[in-house]
Write a protein that binds this ligand. Structure first.
Ligand SMILES: *Cc1c(COP(=O)(O)O)cnc(C)c1O
Length: 354
């Protein structure tokens, strides 16, 4: 068996966690009704309702782009618009899918310093134009944690929700790393979502340790109307739905979802601690979830790559390191030691830090 060493370019470089794998195996017995009529899908939806302490509507999609795009489409008419941050995945990484699936609802992009939306930014965009010639603002989408690895505190979510209510806007949350956010804040999923005014949540399973699959949770029941048809039309209705649903059952019922979120966050913090104070290296954002963004000179980035490390620089030019559910302390230490070596601090010093 050959295994390639861990990289921290993306949390999606990781494989499948044992709980999700075991659930697939367990679901792989006998025949079950197709298209979500199976017992696993019922159990997974119930597990979400139990976890979120409310009778929300639950749907399963293959990936986050589909989950976000379809969720936003369900909140919009084609002439509506969606307010998002300039760093939002829906804007930068979904190839226009939200506009495509909504038949043209335009994304209105707010410039931000750190990827986080604020009530003031939302208000500025929503009130900039109110005439018939401009697409009518209808939804705000926030990413929790943000693409920059930051966390919206509960009072920040509540303030955004308050602004949304005032302006007649719905609130969508892209929770591709929802588990990391819950682990970071130490609050309940309910507190972070419907209790704070979120109408629809996309809860990421893939980055949490599953092979594939995201859940779309509607706390606003009316918005969920005919969402099953929307999924089907978009090619997102799994015929063997039990294999999308079963991993959720085990992830949620065992608490693995939160444990892995916490592990990934701790890994990011540990990496940041390992390299704290290195000359020429600057943290671009505080480490609040499972991402570490480093501002490093090109020469250091090149040297890191020469040593075999993979990482992206697509957000603000910084080197992004993402830590997955299975991030290995040993591998994190190796990366830190390479950075120490490149920056000219003696290796012994590099090993002193935890
Ligand atoms: C990974 C990610 C998604 C989902 O991306 P897919 O590749 O479509 O599964 C959505 N939003 C954010 C913020 C992400 O990081």
């Amino acid at each position: 068996m050959s295994t390639s060493p861990q990289q921290f370019a993306s949390d999606n470089y990781a494989g499948i966690c044992p709980e999700a794998w075991a659930a697939m195996e367990e679901a792989n017995h006998g025949h079950e009704p197709a298209y979500g009529g199976d017992s696993w899908t019922t159990r997974a939806a119930d597990a979400f309702r139990a976890l979120f302490e409310t009778g929300c509507e639950v749907f399963f999609a293959f990936n986050g782009t589909a989950a976000n795009s379809l969720a936003l489409s369900s909140l919009c008419q084609s002439f509506h618009s969606v307010i998002c941050s300039d760093a939002a995945h829906v804007e930068t990484d979904e190839c226009g899918a939200p506009e495509f699936f909504s038949n043209g609802s335009k994304l209105l992009v707010a410039p931000t310093l750190d990827g986080k939306l604020t009530p003031a930014a939302i208000r500025a965009i929503a009130l900039k134009r109110t005439d018939i010639h401009y697409p009518k603002p209808r939804v705000v989408t926030i990413t929790q944690p943000t693409e920059t690895g930051l966390i919206y505190q509960l009072d920040e979510i509540r303030a955004i929700a308050e602004t949304c209510r005032e302006l007649g806007l719905k609130l969508h949350m892209d929770g591709a790393r929802f588990a990391n956010a819950c682990a970071s804040l130490g609050c309940t999923p309910a507190e972070m979502t419907w209790k704070s005014g979120v109408d629809v949540l996309c809860f990421g399973g893939t980055k949490n340790g599953m092979a594939v699959g995201e859940a779309v949770l509607f706390f606003d029941h009316k918005a969920a109307e005919d969402f099953d048809y929307r999924c089907k039309q978009a090619g997102q209705l799994a015929s063997k739905m039990r294999f999308l649903a079963a991993p959720w059952v085990k992830m949620l019922e065992s608490g693995a979802w939160l444990r892995y979120g916490a592990h990934a966050n701790a890994a990011a913090t540990s990496f940041a601690e390992h390299i704290a104070g290195l000359p020429e290296i600057e943290l671009m954002f505080p480490v609040q979830a499972n991402a570490v963004f480093l501002k490093i000179p090109d020469s250091i980035a090149d040297e890191l790559r020469k040593r075999g490390w993979k990482f992206y620089t697509f957000i603000g030019g910084g080197a992004r390191f993402m830590f997955a559910w299975d991030a290995q302390p040993e591998r994190i230490r190796e990366l830190a030691q390479d950075l120490h070596a490149i920056c000219g601090t003696p290796a012994s010093e590099a090993t002193i830090v935890r």
